[in-house]
Design a protein around this ligand. Structure first.
Ligand code: SAH
Length: 405
């Protein structure tokens, strides 16, 4: 593949049909802190991210031009609001960065607009049903958070009401009132979180309306999304990211593939069409049960899923003498564990496609792999999180010498 030249701001803007000076002006920017780059035009944000990736990964290979969005607004399909009370009024919004103070937010430039509207409706309904918002000092009150997930192409919407107690006064009237105002909601789940914790979701959930999950179409396939399982938050760019990862894997139909940190199995299922066999490994049991259902939804028979710590799985696979031609890995921000990387080297797949949402830990992991016989062949940044400082990267590595396999 022809590598693209380093970024050229104005050319990129005109090619991708974007204006160069399209800054957003958000009234919450100082307190919220979520969109760290919003004082920059979108083109400058892309340049900033390109430079960041070059600084961290450029020593391994040329970095392709970052793939940005045509419309970098309202891209988040997962929206979360914290609920509280101030001067007797219920408020909902986001936590001010590094604090537990709620910044009231009714609409956000990067969140799905329908989700924001539903959150405002829930706030109004609380008042009319005389339900209180939770107070995290006194640990009293009812509603702590609302989490909304929306399937952009399926149109399905899931509302998760995170409550401090399981007793839900006038539950069916509340649910009917919410559905009455937003008939587009396809399912409502109550999640109970009675702990003093900064985690949004508690252990227990019960379905109040609909199926308890949504489905979404991605890369011409259908995926189930349940309240707790990880699902990429920017569906438009997820397609770009996955297609790049599959392009880098360059499968012919004969390969055995490992999809490590597989979440709900999306990448592995996508890869399975051109592979002999795929194994997905993931720590979260909810994600694994979604993954198994997803394989069935897409009639994929050559994939299996294992619920395990990816590092421990790799150690066992290496001891057992498993053989993988391609390992696709997509770890969380902390990157891969040393145990994972050591066993990866022992397993010696011909190719590793490393997807990362944190180029700092990816740089650390590439430093290990490049000292152990791998060479970086391609680096592609993708802008999954416009207006924030975060950037996603896909890196292709292959073994320097092919004698080992
Ligand atoms: N590839 C998936 C998920 C990527 S997010 C997708 O594109 O949707 C990272 C995933 O790693 C999450 O699902 C998280 O639950 C999982 N994870 C985190 N730590 C893990 C570990 N030690 N072992 C296995 N999976 C882990």
């Amino acid at each position: 593949m022809q590598e693209s030249k380093p970024i050229a701001k104005k050319r990129l803007a005109s090619q991708q049909n974007r204006s160069v000076e399209n800054k957003i002006s958000c009234p919450h920017r100082k307190k919220c802190g979520g969109c760290q780059l919003q004082n920059l035009s979108y083109e400058r944000q892309l340049s900033f991210k390109q430079v960041k990736v070059i600084k961290l990964l450029g020593r391994y290979h040329h970095v392709c031009e970052i793939i940005g969005m045509k419309n970098p607004y309202h891209y988040r399909n997962k929206v979360q609001a914290a609920f509280g009370e101030r001067q007797g009024q219920i408020i909902s919004g986001v936590y001010q960065s590094s604090t537990h103070n709620i910044v009231p937010v009714d609409s956000c430039m990067i969140e799905d607009q329908k989700a924001d509207e539903i959150i405002v409706t829930i706030r109004k309904l609380l008042k009319s049903f005389k339900l209180r918002a939770f107070n995290d000092v006194s640990m009293k009150g009812f509603l702590r958070h609302v989490l909304i997930k929306r399937g952009f192409s399926s149109g399905e919407i899931m509302v998760v009401l995170v409550t401090a107690v399981s007793d839900f006064p006038k539950q069916s009237q509340f649910v009917n009132a919410l559905i009455g105002r937003h008939p587009e909601i396809t399912t409502i789940v109550q999640n109970i979180n009675n702990k003093r914790t900064s985690l949004v979701l508690g252990e227990q959930s019960r379905v109040l309306y609909g199926s308890g999950y949504i489905e979404e179409d991605l890369c011409e396939m259908r995926f189930r999304i349940s309240p707790k399982a990880f699902y990429q938050i920017n569906p438009v760019q997820t397609e770009v990211l996955y297609k790049k990862a599959i392009e880098y894997a360059d499968l012919t139909g004969n390969e055995t593939v490992l999809d490590a940190y597989c979440g709900t199995g999306t990448i592995g299922i996508f890869a399975s069409k051109n592979a002999k066999k795929v194994t997905g490994v993931e720590l979260n049991p909810d994600a694994i049960s979604d993954a198994e259902i997803n394989a069935g939804l897409n009639n994929v028979a050559n994939i299996e899923f294992v619920c395990a710590d990816a590092g421990k799985f790799m150690v066992e696979a290496a001891n057992f003498g498993a053989e993988y031609d391609v390992v696709i890995m997509d770890p969380p921000r902390a990157g891969a564990s040393l145990e994972f990387l050591r066993s990866l080297v022992t397993l010696a797949p011909k190719k590793v496609v490393y997807i990362s949402c944190n180029p700092e830990t990816q740089a650390r992991d590439l430093s290990f792999l490049t000292r152990k016989g791998y060479k970086v062949r391609k680096i592609q940044p993708v802008d999954m999180f416009p207006h924030t400082e975060h950037v996603e990267t896909v890196v292709l590595l292959s073994r320097q010498e092919t004698s080992k396999k």
